[in-house]
Ligand binder design. Sequence first.
Ligand code: ZN
Length: 253
Amino acid sequence: MDIRQLLGLPELLEVRSLVCVQPHPDDNEVGAGGTLLTLAQRGCRIVFVTVTDGRWGAEDPTVSAQDLIAVRRGERDAAGQMIGVAVQLELGFEDGGDYEERSVMEALIPILRKEKPELVMTVDPWMPYESHPDHQKTGRAVAAAVLAAGHIQFPEAGAPYGVPQVAFYGSSYPNTWVDVTATWETKMAAIFAHKSQFDNTEWPLLSQYFADQAAVAFRNHAPMPGVVSSGYAEAFKVLSRRQLHFFPSAVYL
Ligand SMILES: [Zn+2]
């Protein structure tokens, strides 16, 4: 029994509004850039929320944190324009900082209640070897905010709104694949717009790795295997809000 079908939830590409929450200014493009552009082209309103300021995302010790915050904000906006983001919001937590997951959750609830998205997207914090605290805290805070936003707690943050479903990118347990062959080049260009992160000697190898991963995902999960032999796909774990609480089988769905 597919509870998402039972609830009549739309397929991922059918949603009309989306809040996409990323730990750092470049994660949404890496995880879901092709799908996001496809959604934007279909008329979906896309709101980005960036949790941290990305101030420590450099290996050159002469780069100042304040300069990097400004650079990365500009890169985020440029990449967002390429994939059709309507609104860019930022929560301003310190990159890698000693902030609480609950603080992120509380900051997200008024946004979810105001935007009333049909879908929330974020990074999967339950990837078994995920060791970056910002990714762990962001993914978990988003899931907790989706649960809490539908209840009467936090009345000062607006009237309750139940986000119907959540899509996690970067998941080790994907259950949904999106053909992004048509949007792949723009996705890669949008990733590369984050020049402070990707304009370096690793890029040829890294971009090839992204392409190989997406090609394997496409080959294994193309809508009609055997009909089209090559392309690119992005993978997601899509769950209804109800599957985010006391739902032991969610990992296998
Ligand atoms: Zn990140």
